[in-house]
Design a binder for this molecule. Structure first.
Ligand code: KIV
Length: 259
């Protein structure tokens, strides 16, 4: 088993697993020192491309961003999302996961869904491709983005899906917007670590979209905490640059070439 995956598994019930998304080299290289896992999420569809949904993200976009992220990741486990309609059956899943792994040199792939995608997951695991699961809100297929676990039937389905995915061989699972007590229950029932986003402190680890955390995006999700307002700082720098250029303060002699 991949050493980085082993390290993550050992953290269950001990220390929190730190995860963030990255879509390019520069950001990834900052996160790498501090994260256990870096996810090239298909959230890049909305964050970078203004797509209405992640359905529009394709494999080559994921490969290109992953190649860039790979340049910045050394220490962390690098996981890449398989985009919508790339794992509808075991053969398709294997063909596309191999393409992603080969081109991006990522460590693992992430697939969204429960019972329905078990055959695809089993085929990847059988072929030594490490897989991360993702249940709760499923941005690739859900129509409504409301938190999961209101109804008892939904709670049972989520617990059942989580167990089936674990049995299929995933090494970890993202719980997206799952009700507080339900995320505690899923985390308790699984031996593999759960990684929450909008799923309370009850998960083994936490993931956020980096652009949301640093205030580069303008999202206003309830589950996001903005730790810094990077937009404001970029704006300040650009204003100073503009003023310097207008006043002929930049470029100065130290930025110029003279014989
Ligand atoms: O696409 C993504 O960024 C994700 C995380 C939010 C878990 O799946």
């Amino acid at each position: 088993m991949n050493k980085k995956i082993k390290k993550i598994l050992k953290k269950k019930n001990k220390t929190k697993i730190i995860c963030l998304t990255a879509y390019s080299k520069n950001i990834a290289s900052i996160l790498d020192k501090h994260c256990d896992l870096i996810l090239v999420g298909d959230s890049l569809g909305s964050v970078l491309y203004n797509y209405k949904s992640t359905k529009e993200v394709n494999l080559s976009t994921m490969i290109n961003h992953s190649k860039s992220v790979r340049l910045g990741v050394n220490k962390s486990l690098m996981v890449v999302d398989m985009p919508y309609n790339t794992y509808r059956n075991p053969r398709e899943a294997l063909k596309n996961a191999k393409l992603l792994m080969k081109n991006s040199r990522c460590d693992a792939v992430k697939l969204e869904g429960g019972k329905k995608i078990i055959p695809s997951i089993k085929n990847l695991v059988k072929n030594n491709i490490p897989v991360m699961g993702h249940i709760g809100i499923l941005p690739q297929t859900d129509k409504k983005f409301t938190f999961k676990g209101k109804e008892i039937s939904e709670r049972n389905r989520i617990i059942n899906d989580a167990k089936l995915l674990e049995q299929a061989g995933i090494f970890s699972i993202v719980l997206e917007c799952i009700e507080v007590k339900l995320s505690r229950e899923v985390t308790k029932q699984l031996e593999i670590p759960t990684i929450g986003i909008g799923s309370s402190v009850n998960c083994d680890g936490q993931v956020l979209v980096i652009d949301d955390l640093i205030g580069l995006s303008q999202s206003k999700f309830k589950f996001v905490k903005k730790y810094i307002d990077v937009r404001k700082n970029i704006e300040k720098a650009v204003k100073r640059y503009k003023s310097d250029v207008i006043k002929k303060l930049f470029p100065g002699t130290k930025h110029s070439f003279r014989n």
